[in-house]
Design a protein. Structure first.
Lengths: 404, 965
């Protein structure tokens, strides 16, 4: 029999602008983001969870606008909604100036969190008993500012006196699991796997990383990121949603298992396509469409197509055409690995006295000697522009985003 | 490349077959205009074709220019050798076809195709376009300097420069360094920035992007500032919330205090209720006393007062009317009688006299107007007649003269012109009828004569034959003869008779008719003439009687008389009207006089007549008014009757009002007393109404319901039970209800104010938050995008500049290579000519400078002006030859087609030039040299017999003519 059942969901980032989407898509995406929160609450009620754990970044910014605030309050003000434990994250820290968490400011604006929503507004660990379940305590800590924090929430010193009794202790917080931080995300409130495993929490619901992941111990899942409830940018591939966390009692420590519940109806794909041999922009688009078909990306999905290979001389591809755009909710192409159809090795080998060859050799020698990626990219661009000038008699911006 | 043979089917003046020696210099010698230049042009045309684009050759396209002068086929065939293979290029310019074959009989045409239907064989074999070929290989005598155009732009845009670079690069065909640099520079100038929708220089784009970014950054800062600024209102909002809560707490405390004071209030309420009940009882008693006044009409007093006032007023107006009537009547009668006395003169006149006088006055005025008009008209007519030369005396004389004639004679004269006209008309008609009849008779006679002549002849012949037959028969001649003659005579006589009969019958009816018409016309003519003669006799008689010389004078005078009468008719009529008018005026005047005498006389003018008429009418009116005066004041009597009736009615009404009020009218008492009595009763009624309608119900409303009284009593009892007996003295009222109300009101106002301020601040804060949330991320995104765009632009610029700099470095080396070669080689060639040039320096753009023999350094333009024309031509020839050599260094050596290049050189230099061609250049290039200087060439050949014998193959165009097909 499960002792406790939770719905863990985080990183909604309500109010996000979605500037990377086309203007006409942004509103739709924000609507989907809100729908995800309503859906999460509905799932929590339907599944009879004891609480909703929200480890941070419910809002995208500290100064939440009235419309978003009102929506969030009403989303939780639903009959049957279980207690909600919120641990503010680095995007919506619980500072005195927080429009979302400071009760005085909130009240001043005519808002108030429903009684069953408990916000951990202290940067230290504080505990709240789980209503209706004796022996289960929910611990939480908040971010007090929007700056990255180096404080380690799970180090023994910080946890002194925390979860000291024999009950079941569940932690809700916002932090970075070391070694798993995505490239474009800041490390804040870091912790190691070891620290997590050694803590006395039966389960830790963590927010911050937008991809779902978990840390298992001998007793099952000890720590999990539910990831962002919906994909927030093009890098957030895979499914997005919530976790149902079930803690069961047995011999020894309680056992925890999680179940992923998808909330985002769209998926983000990151696909590759080789454009070698394409003789026109339309052919390039068709390669992308083929890659999307193969990956199962549908028209409602968000797709990044990373092109690679050598594009035939004179083919200018600046972005997706209408056909490709019509096959996705949003599509972005990455041309940094596409090169013009110049055989650099052949140029290196060519010992002729031709100006063009001497030009190519001069730049290739510098390129080969250069280690700095930026400089290398510049040299490579210069080489391609020069060769375009010689061979095509035409130079148009095309090689500014070359990457190794 | 070596040219071997040229077959010309037709090309300008040229036709025939020409062989070129691949090893020796082919010298074409001929007079001017014989086709030397055409031959060289034909070679170019065979290699490159002929253009026919009218846009670039508006006057004459090359195709038209080289059409055969004598018509016929238009084409060439060139055999040549290139890259170890022999080719035969056939071009039919008429049909626009090209064929390229090799010596193995294979057609290679498709290999030379370029574009849709171009076959530039020369480009494929030599790597030079037609322009470049003509600049390098085709040396015309007057176009030497075109190899290096004077204009820098033309030099830079020229492809020859590029060819030199390409040659230096050992490449042919693709873009060279200069072009690549140009392309790169162009790319930096035409950078398209999608974020700005701008195309311009990359620097401009970067600047604009940076400016836009700055703007966005400022906007973001502004938003952040607004957000920071919103912290103040937010705090104030929180503070206001606290203040509102405090005010609400105060309100709650007051409410408690009010409740505490409730018990005292209950006691007071009960006492007040008792007092109100007592007051109500007193009011009800008073109402009962006044019950008798209840039926008094509401406005009885006012009505009575009003009726009495109106009664008095009616009585007063009755008296006024009577006195007014008397006074007015007297005054009017006096006035009318006075007027009657003043109009005594018209006493004997009736109103009809006045009308007649007015009519006479109008008639007199009309007479005067008519008279003036007619007199004016007479004068006008007289002037008009006088202007036309009308002589009144002459008219009078004629009138008198013809007035003596009787009516019959006058009618005759009047109808004379009609008779003459009718005579003329009828005579003409009759003459025509007579002519037609005569013509018809002639025609009929002619027809008859046409039959009568042969008929008569045949009849005569028949009679002759019959006489002969009878004679022969008589003489016992041969039976056959006389029988035949007789038979013939019978036949001929019959025919002749028949013809004569037919002639007589022809047009019989018509002839009779024509004869009848002719005789009728003649008869009628005679009658007319007789009638006219009679008329003329009558006229003559009349003219004699009137004293005229003859009838013609009579008719002329008659005609003039008629004309004068017609002309003066209007004047005559006007005179008659004047006379008539005068008669009528006299009659009227007499009547006026008679009438005026009856009214005391006076001038007989219309104005006086009208005055008299007015006086008569006025007198009549005065008499009438006097007669009707009594009648005119009868309305006063009517008014008097009405006023008397009103007085009676009002009195009755006043009595009725008193009766209605329950009072009896007493004529002995003055009305004032009776009115005062009614007034007292009216006041009693008003009080009763006030009591029953207002005071008693109000007092009843103020009474507490019994249940409430009971409840209050219970409360009071309960309060008494809780806190002992309650009395007014110990009531806990530290503050009065008024104070409590005032404080409550203050607190409520404070709450409301806080709420209002909170609402305003909330709006402000919400708006800032909304705006920041809505705009900031978007702007940050835009900044990010602009950063990327700026980075892209900068990187593009860096990359293109780096590419350009690298190419520039490499190109300098390239330039050095071809320039060094040309500098050296041109000087060598010039030395061969004997031209003293110290040094030549080619610039990067193909321009050059020269250091001449005296050490002076001259720019190309200056050198072209300072050098003699021969030296200049040699200089350019040398450059051209050097360029051709350079371009041929690694490719197919160019054939040199030289068209009299030494024509401007002196003999020595020309000889030297020829030696250069024969000894130097022809070793590598095939040289075809055309000249018209036969003597000069022969003299050179005599001077260098061995050289010319070995190296020259002469092609005399005159001699070649023999080989022409």
């Amino acid at each position: 029999m499960p002792l406790a059942r939770f719905l863990q969901v985080s990183d909604f980032h309500l109010g996000r602008a979605f500037g990377w989407l086309a203007a006409e898509r942004r509103k739709e995406r924000r609507y989907e983001q809100r729908r995800a929160l309503e859906e999460a609450v509905r799932l929590a009620i339907e599944r009879g969870t004891h609480a909703i754990l929200l480890p941070g970044d419910l809002f995208d910014v500290e100064a939440v606008d009235a419309d978003t605030m009102s929506f969030a309050l009403h989303a939780f003000r639903v009959a049957g909604c279980p207690p909600v434990f919120v641990a503010p994250g680095n995007h919506d820290p619980a500072s005195p100036t927080s429009h979302a968490w400071n009760p005085a400011l909130l009240r001043a604006r005519g808002f108030a969190w429903p009684g069953h929503v408990h916000v951990f507004t202290e940067p230290e660990w504080t505990a709240l008993p789980l209503p209706g379940l004796e022996g289960v305590t929910v611990w939480g800590r908040c971010f007090a500012s929007g700056m990255p924090s180096a404080e380690r929430p799970l180090e023994p010193g910080t946890l002194r006196g925390v979860a000291a009794d024999d009950g079941v202790h569940v932690a809700v917080f916002h932090g970075s699991r070391e070694g798993f931080c995505p490239p474009r995300q800041a490390v804040t409130a870091p912790f190691s796997d070891d620290e997590a495993l050694r803590s006395r929490f039966a389960y830790m619901a963590v927010g911050h990383y937008h991809a779902a992941s978990q840390l298992r111990g001998p007793e099952g899942v000890r720590l999990a990121y539910a990831g962002s409830a919906v994909a927030l940018d093009m890098s957030e591939t895979g499914p997005h949603g919530a976790l149902e966390v079930r803690i069961t009692t047995g011999q020894g420590l309680p056992r925890t298992e999680t179940e992923f519940l998808e909330l985002d109806r769209r998926r983000v794909y990151d696909l590759g396509a080789d454009v070698s041999g394409c003789g026109s922009a339309e052919q390039v688009d068709r390669r992308a469409l083929k890659a999307m078909d193969q990956a199962g990306a549908s028209e409602q999905d968000i797709t990044t197509v990373r092109f690679s290979g050598r594009l035939a001389r004179g083919v200018r591809y600046s972005g997706p055409g209408p056909e490709l755009e019509g096959h996705a909710f949003h599509v972005r192409v990455d041309l940094s690995r596409v090169r013009p159809d110049y055989d650099l090795d052949a140029l290196r080998r060519d010992a002729s006295d031709v100006t063009e060859m001497r030009f190519a050799r001069a730049l290739l020698e510098r390129l080969d000697a250069e280690k700095d990626p930026g400089e290398r990219a510049l040299l490579e661009s210069a080489l391609y522009y020069g060769l375009d000038a010689f061979r095509l008699g035409e130079v148009a911006p095309a090689y500014e985003e070359l990457a190794e | 490349m070596k040219l071997l043979r040229l077959r010309v089917a037709g090309f300008g003046p040229l036709r025939g077959e020409f062989e070129f020696d691949p090893e020796r210099v082919t010298v074409i010698v001929d007079e001017n205009e014989r086709g030397k230049s055409s031959l060289l042009a034909a070679v170019t045309a065979a290699l490159y074709g002929l253009e026919n684009d009218r846009r670039s050759h508006r006057v004459l396209t090359p195709l038209d220019r080289w059409r055969p002068w004598d018509g016929g086929a238009f084409g060439v065939e060139l055999e040549l050798e290139s890259g170890g293979e022999r080719y035969s290029v056939r071009r039919d310019f008429e049909r626009g076809t090209v064929e390229v074959w090799n010596d193995r009989g294979q057609e290679l045409t498709p290999q030379f195709r370029e574009g849709k239907d171009e076959f530039p064989v020369g480009t494929k074999l030599l790597g030079l376009g037609v322009d470049e070929f003509e600049k390098c290989a085709f040396v015309r005598q007057d176009e030497l300097d075109q190899v290096v155009p004077g204009d820098e732009k033309a030099r830079r845009n020229g492809t020859l420069h590029a060819r030199l670079e390409s040659a230096a690069d050992t490449r042919g065909g693709d873009t060279n360094a200069s072009e690549a640099l140009k392309v790169l520079a162009e790319a930096l100038k035409k950078y398209t920035c999608a974020e700005l929708e701008f195309t311009g220089t990359v620097d401009n784009a970067a600047q604009r992007l940076a400016a836009k970014r700055g703007l966005l950054e400022a906007e973001v800062h502004a938003l952040e500032h607004q957000l920071a600024q919103a912290a103040g209102p937010l705090e104030r909002l929180a503070k206001l919330g606290e203040e509102e809560e405090a005010a609400r707490a105060g309100l709650a405390a007051l409410e408690q205090e009010r409740r505490r004071a409730g018990a005292t209030g209950v006691l007071r309420q009960l006492r007040e209720d008792e007092a109100r009940r007592a007051e109500l009882a007193a009011l009800r008693a008073e109402a009962e006393e006044l019950a008798s006044c209840a039926h008094l009409p509401v406005n009885a007093e006012a009505e009575l007062r009003e009726t009495l006032a109106r009664h008095e007023e009616a009585a007063r107006s009755l008296e006024t009317l009577e006195s007014r009537r008397r006074g007015e009547q007297t005054r009017e009668r006096e006035a009318l009688e006075g007027e009657t006395a003043s109009l005594e003169a018209y006493a004997s006149c009736a109103p009809g006299d006045a009308d007649r006088m007015v009519g006479l006055a109008a008639e007199m005025r009309r007479f005067a107007e008519e008279d003036a008009r007619l007199r004016g008209e007479v004068a006008t007519l007289r002037d008009a007649l006088a202007a036309r030369g009308f002589d009144p005396e002459r008219a009078q004389a004629l009138h008198q003269r013809f007035g003596a004639l009787g009516e019959e004679h006058l009618r005759m004269l009047r109808g004379q012109s009609d008779v003459a006209l009718a005579f003329q008309t009828e005579v003409a008609t009759l003459e025509q009828a007579r002519t037609e009849s005569t013509e018809r008779l002639r025609e009929i006679d002619a027809s008859r004569n046409r039959l009568r002549l042969p008929g008569g002849f045949l009849l005569a012949l028949g009679l002759g034959a019959g006489v002969a037959g009878v004679v022969i028969m008589t003489m016992q001649g041969g039976l056959r003869l006389w029988a035949g003659l007789l038979a013939g005579a019978a036949v001929l006589s019959a025919i002749g008779g028949g013809l004569l009969a037919a002639a007589s019958a022809t047009g019989g009816g018509d002839r009779q008719q024509a004869l009848r018409r002719l005789s009728d016309a003649q008869r009628r003519l005679n009658q007319l003439k007789a009638h006219r003669a009679e008329s003329e006799v009558d006229l003559a008689e009349v003219s004699v009687s009137l004293g005229f010389r003859d009838a013609r004078e009579l008719l002329r005078e008659w005609g003039e008389s008629l004309k004068l009468a017609d002309d003066s008719a209007p004047l005559r009529r006007a005179h008659e009207q004047l006379e008539d008018l005068e008669a009528r005026r006299r009659a009227t005047f007499e009547e006026v006089r008679t009438r005026l005498d009856r009214t005391g006389g006076g001038p007989p003018d219309p104005a006086h007549l009208e005055r008299v008429a007015a006086g008569i009418r006025h007198l009549t009116a005065v008499r009438q008014r006097l007669a009707e005066m009594d009648k005119s004041w009868s309305w006063i009597d009517e008014e008097k009757h009405v006023a008397e009736a009103a007085v009676r009615g009002l009195l009755e009404r006043a009595m009725r009002i008193l009766h209605t009020a329950g009072l009896a009218y007493d004529p002995a008492r003055p009305w004032t007393e009776q009115v005062a009595e009614l007034s007292a009763r009216a006041r009693g009624r008003e009080r009763l109404v006030l009591l029953t309608g207002e005071l008693i119900p109000k007092a009843e409303r103020l009474l507490m319901p019994g249940a409430q009284v009971a409840e209050l009593r219970e409360q009071l009892a309960a309060s008494g039970a809780e806190a002992g007996p309650l009395s007014e003295a110990d009531a806990p009222t530290p503050r009065s209800p008024l104070e409590l109300d005032r404080e409550t009101r203050q607190l409520r106002e404070a709450v409301e104010l806080a709420q209002r301020q909170r609402a305003d601040l909330k709006l402000e804060v919400d708006e800032v938050c909304r705006r920041v949330n809505a705009e900031r991320p978007d702007k940050l995104q835009q900044i990010e995008r602009l950063d990327r765009a700026i980075a892209r632009a900068k990187r593009f610029k860096s990359a293109v500049e780096l590419a350009g700099a690298t190419i520039q470095g490499v190109a300098l080396d390239t330039h050095r290579r071809w320039a060094d070669w040309l500098n050296r080689r041109v000087v060598e060639i010039l030395e061969t000519f004997g031209t003293r040039v110290g040094e030549l320096r080619f610039g990067e753009d193909l321009d050059f400078s020269v250091r001449v023999w005296n050490g002076q350094q001259l720019a190309r333009g200056k050198a072209a002006l300072q050098l003699s024309s021969g030296a200049r031509d040699q200089l350019y020839l040398a450059i051209r030859l050097a360029i051709s050599e350079y371009l041929s260094k690694r490719e197919n050596p160019l054939p040199l087609l030289v068209d009299d290049a030494f024509s401007s050189s002196d003999d020595e230099r020309a000889r030297a030039g020829m030696r250069l061609l024969l000894e130097g250049l022809s070793a590598r290039h095939q040289v075809v040299f055309a000249t018209c200087h036969r003597q000069r060439l022969e003299s050179f050949a005599r001077l260098d017999p061995e050289l010319y014998g070995q190296r020259v193959r002469r092609l005399d165009m005159g001699a070649v003519g023999a080989t022409r097909s």
